[in-house]
Design a protein around this ligand. Structure first.
Ligand code: FNR
Length: 362
């Protein structure tokens, strides 16, 4: 693995801040309430240390992982974030091209400012094997959910990520202070256009409502695509999800944007992974900034880790090239950390290698 130019995630965020309108920067950077959950996502990783193993010998075999039957070049994916065209005029198209060029799976969202069909087309033009998943919120009207699913299927998405941590919208302190609630003219949530109940040519608002397991079963009956539940933090919900035939879990506190008292994603991970007990893959996002964070997530039971905000900062500062640089740097950084931990493949990282910082650790 290359050592490359110094990568400084905090400096990347600062450079993005200088590029963006303050209310747009705050929309991306901010979280709910006092932003405890937001801060904890990063701080929790910083409280953990990795115990490297030594003299394990053997040739390096790389960073590849298999997730839902597809091989990924590294245990890293792009988490769904809204409104990429706030960050850069090329928006989701640039993100999709960069993700595809680096082989990084992309979760494009219901709140994208580019329609899912265009996102997948841009990714596939760069790399015919590109993996794109579609994130959705179940909608109160079944025919709206059904139409979104059909669009994702037609576009060529290979999984649906159902975000279940948003029965109501979180209180985003900075947005409330800034009075930021609408996209600027010319930008819209394009996946919400021309849905049942929308004005002709117009978009519907994304509804946040308390969906139930019954609604998830209806979605299960609607599609053969694998279902990934995003926002599961309680081990009992993880168990139910497995029983209900969910195909994967994404442990997440929504980047600290929903329940401010939620634990850091990486702190919730071990109990969820324990409840799942290997029956389905567990993914995680929130506060992943470096290869060490990816390694910690894997050691604690995740098969891969997602990045949200850093992608938007890279997009704001460097467009497609910026995102390509970020994703390849993160992969190289993880490869180096894996080797330093004495691992030859991602699965070599184990929970006994994770200790809390401070003394004594056992
Ligand atoms: C998000 N996230 C998110 N999640 C989701 O399921 N649907 C969505 O529409 C959005 N939108 C969104 C917008 C912005 C600006 C951010 C920052 C985040 C949450 C996202 O998928 C992910 O869980 C977190 O961003 C991961 O944390 P980090 O990497 O940003 O710390």
């Amino acid at each position: 693995p290359r050592t490359g130019p110094a990568y400084d995630p905090a400096a990347l965020a600062r450079r993005a801040r200088a590029q963006l309108l303050p209310e747009h920067y705050d929309f991306i950077a901010g979280g709910a309430g006092e932003e405890r959950a937001l801060r904890e996502n990063e701080d929790a990783f910083a409280r953990l240390a990795l115990l490297p193993r030594v003299l394990r010998g053997g040739p390096g075999s790389g960073t590849r992982v298999t997730v839902l039957g597809r091989e990924w070049p590294a245990p890293l994916f792009v988490s769904p974030t809204a409104f990429h065209r706030l960050a850069h005029p090329d928006g989701e198209l640039a993100t999709a091209r960069a993700a595809a060029a680096t082989g990084t799976p992309l979760v494009t969202g219901m709140a994208a400012t580019t329609a899912v069909a265009d996102v997948v087309a841009a990714a596939r033009a760069r790399n015919p094997e590109a993996v794109v998943w579609f994130q959705l919120y179940l909608q109160p009207e079944h025919e709206v959910t059904a139409e979104l699913v059909r669009r994702a299927e037609r576009a060529g998405c290979s999984a649906l990520v159902v975000t279940v941590d948003s029965p109501v919208f979180g209180s985003r302190t900075r947005d409330l202070r800034n009075g930021f609630h609408d996209l600027p003219p010319g930008l819209a949530a394009e996946n919400m256009r021309d849905l049942p109940g929308a004005a002709p040519g117009g978009t519907r608002d994304i509804a946040m409502w308390p969906a139930g397991w019954d609604d998830l079963r209806r979605l299960r009956d609607l599609t053969d695509l694998p279902l990934v539940l995003k926002g599961v933090l309680h081990p009992a919900d993880a168990r139910t999800a497995v029983e209900q035939g969910v195909d994967a879990l994404l442990v997440s506190n929504h980047g600290g944007r929903q329940l401010d008292a939620a634990p850091a994603a990486v702190e919730a991970l071990p109990a969820v992974a324990g409840a799942v007990a290997g029956r389905i893959p567990v993914l995680v996002d929130g506060g992943v900034r470096r290869g060490t964070d990816i390694a910690l997530a894997l050691a604690l039971g995740a098969v891969a880790a997602g990045v949200g905000r850093p992608v938007l900062w890279a997009l704001a500062t460097g467009g497609e090239d910026g995102v390509t640089e970020l994703l390849s740097t993160l992969r190289a950084d993880f490869a180096q950390v894996l080797a330093l931990c004495g691992g030859h493949r991602p699965g070599d990282l184990t929970a006994d290698q994770v200790v809390a910082r401070g003394f004594p650790y056992h």
